[in-house]
Design a protein around this ligand. Sequence first.
Ligand code: SF4
Ligand code: MG
Length: 337
Amino acid sequence: APPILHVENLRTQFPTETGLVKAVDGASFSVSRGKTVCVVGESGCGKSVTGRSILQIVDRPGQVVGGRILWRPNDAHEPTDLAALDPRGDEIRRIRGNEIAMVFQEPMTSLSPVHTIGSQIVEAIRLHTDLDADAARARTIEVLEHVGLPRPADRFGAYTFQLSGGMRQRAMIAMALACDPRLLIADEPTTALDVTTQAQILRLLARLQAEMEMSVLFVTHDMGVVAQIADEVVVMYLGTVVETGPTEQIFAEPRHPYTRALLDAIPRVGQRRRGRRLATIRGSVPGPHSRPTGCPFHPRCDYARPGTCDTREPATVALGARRHVRCVLAEEEVAVG
Ligand code: SF4
Ligand code: MG
């Protein structure tokens, strides 16, 4: 399938009192039409900022400072470079919520506590379409039903505080899908939920994606979630993409030491307790002002070579059409041929 989104050398930075934080530092990947791509890594690796950069909703004073975010690069018209758009301009507003929608870990990021679920969705629909009030209301009930809210006509007048966590998450997804987006960006939408509800929401997203022929960019720290929903995987570490590839290949034959560490840290059934998931990766993600020299993973890497990995940033090498790895081990493999 052709790409619907192509991100190239994306850089997003936050000026702070103690220096510039390079939250995304040269990330490249693409999302194919109708596929689910998972961006995975520990927290602090730039996954959420990458998702937010695509929609130009990075928290200020952070901003996209470089690279390209090509939206629908293969369509007949000129592709739009989202990275070049004014975050407050009309063009990105037209795309946001309409062509590309986003859902978050915390439903109250997008839902208001003081308006009914139904009225908020109606408003979102009327902002982006020509539907009149009655048609927007009918469409709202349709999407509430579509996301599995029982008695959708009754839920129309409900407030968020009247819904359970899982139902709130469904309502937020309904709002995101109301305008039939081509791409859904989902940032840890199941992380705050219990295991059963998490599984239900993941199944819901998979069903909606297939029915709506939508592409999904799913941000998560959890390789267990990746295994359930991803077609392709983008592994991020400290603002860079360290490995990409089809899910089966990533799981069967991880090539980057960080990917291996993430996979080794997947808890076995019965051990899925929060806060323990990444327990086996040695050390922790360095703070924003202590970025290591050379390969950013070298202080934690079991394969690190002194004199090489701590001084030189590895290049990203292609090990196949959709397989990329950024590590000296892969560089050498390609050089040997
Ligand atoms: Fe480890 Fe070196 Fe590869 Fe970095 S470049 S992941 S330190 S082996
Ligand atoms: Mg995050």
